[in-house]
Design a protein around this ligand. Structure first.
Ligand code: NDP
Length: 402
């Protein structure tokens, strides 16, 4: 029985709060805090209606460490779940260290002025969390998160040595808008417009964004989609923690309309992350664009279709080559029915709840800063089946990836 503090009341925070509320034997008291408390209150009302539980709400600016420290001291949570934005990660980690509370997030720290997607800033906290006897779990969403656990589980149960990893993230959903992002638009656009990096023969190789694509047919009739190679943050930790990997790539599906809009927005400067002067004011174009686009947390009722996210691994077992694909399929409308959210927020929020559950139950417990694949994957995989993200294994799948 534990009290948790969830920070961030966006699309993902909403799912985390609902899912924690569904597991009262672990999450006995829940506070949802965010910059705009009215959003927390709306979610609390939904949770009362859907899950029959009362959760508390609070206002906090997570960039203000003394304010965070005061809130954490007041609530004395057993864990802080950070589902605000990557810019807040270090401030929340600082506040956790100051108050002696473990930490969990779903996305690595990024400085506002450069889109880097690197773990170095958070890995630098390793000694401080170790010395304090506190655990920090990084990237407990789907990708990163479940994809790291899938990789560790496949390695543990099917291979002596793994050689290639392809993470495939297909969103076969349709929200009916010509252009909208399924999670925070600023973070999403920074991610997909960044140059591509993949791992090959001991180093990251850089190529132009979206310069390599292939067709991929998802299992279970989800459909055939173009998937584009791009950089994703879990490649950094997975290639470090599985040094036998010779090649590691991340692929994501994008529709023609999304890519065309993105190209035009990029060409006219609307995706710039540096401030520009406009009528005597400094504005950041991508932040202005975010204000114009649909809020991802409102896409739930109108998104139909399914997602398919999985890891394809090749390597050796008993000296013989083998390949294994593990994936989850998630239905947008089923998610909406359960927690009033589309599947992108759902597939992120459920692993955040499960990661928190692993820590609070002591199944994952070690002082220091950890990525998901460094923990035993088995109890996490069991809970994915139990809490809404069931997975399937295909041994020797019949597709070939470039
Ligand atoms: P949203 O933009 O919908 O929500 C972010 C929330 O954080 C908002 O409620 C916002 O408040 C709040 N917030 C922002 N700044 C502060 C601050 N300084 N203090 C307090 N609260 C703040 O984002 P999402 O829910 O879509 O994404 C949340 C996180 O999940 C992101 O870090 C994203 O990168 C990550 N993510 C991870 C995925 C994975 O699979 N690993 C996949 C998808 C997302 P306000 O409402 O006032 O703006």
């Amino acid at each position: 029985m534990s009290r948790v503090l969830i920070i961030g009341a966006g699309g993902v925070g909403q799912v985390v709060a609902h899912k924690c509320a569904q597991v009262p034997e672990v999450f006995s008291e829940i506070t949802l805090a965010s910059r705009t408390e009215s959003k927390c209150k709306l979610i609390a009302a939904q949770i009362l209606e859907k899950q029959g539980r009362q959760i508390a709400t609070a206002q906090v600016d997570a960039d203000n460490v003394p304010e965070l420290v005061a809130l954490i001291r007041k609530l004395e949570p057993a864990l802080v779940i950070n589902v605000a934005l990557p810019y807040q990660d270090l401030h929340i980690m600082d506040a956790c260290l100051e108050t002696g509370v473990p930490y969990l997030d779903t996305a690595n720290y990024e400085p506002l002025d450069t889109a880097k997607f690197e773990y170095k800033w958070q890995w630098a906290y390793q000694d401080r969390f170790s010395r304090a006897g506190l655990m920090a779990l990084l990237g407990s969403g789907f990708d990163p998160g479940a994809t790291n656990v899938f990789t560790a589980w496949i390695k543990k149960h099917y291979f002596d040595e793994i050689h290639t990893l392809d993470i495939i993230d297909v969103n076969g959903g349709n929200h009916g808008y010509p252009f909208a992002t399924n999670f925070n638009p600023e973070i999403n656009i920074r991610e997909v417009t960044a140059e591509c990096r993949h791992w090959e023969n001991g180093a990251f190789v850089t190529t132009d964004a979206m310069s390599l694509k292939q067709g991929f047919t998802c299992p279970e009739g989800v459909g055939t989609y173009n998937i584009y190679r791009m950089y994703h943050e879990e490649l950094e930790s997975l290639t470090k923690n599985f040094p036998t990997l010779k090649k590691a790539q991340f692929w994501m599906s994008f529709g023609e309309s999304y890519l065309k809009h993105l190209e035009v927005l990029g060409n006219v400067g609307m995706t710039r992350i540096d401030p520009v002067e406009f009528q005597g004011q400094q504005i950041v174009p991508i932040q202005f664009l975010k204000a114009l686009l649909p809020d991802p947390s409102t896409l739930g009722p109108r998104t139909v279709g399914r997602t398919c996210i999985g890891c394809h691994v090749t390597g050796l077992k008993d000296g013989k080559p083998r390949k294994v694909f593990v994936y989850n399929i998630c239905d947008h409308q089923a998610c909406y029915k359960e927690v009033m959210s589309q599947a992108i927020s759902y597939t992120t929020g459920v692993p955040a709840m499960i990661g928190a559950k692993m820590m609070l139950e002591g199944k994952w417990s070690a002082p220091g800063v950890w990525n998901m694949e460094q923990m035993d994957p088995d109890p996490f995989m069991e809970d994915m089946n139990r809490y809404g993200l069931p997975w399937t294994v295909i041994e020797e799948p019949d597709f070939n990836l470039v």
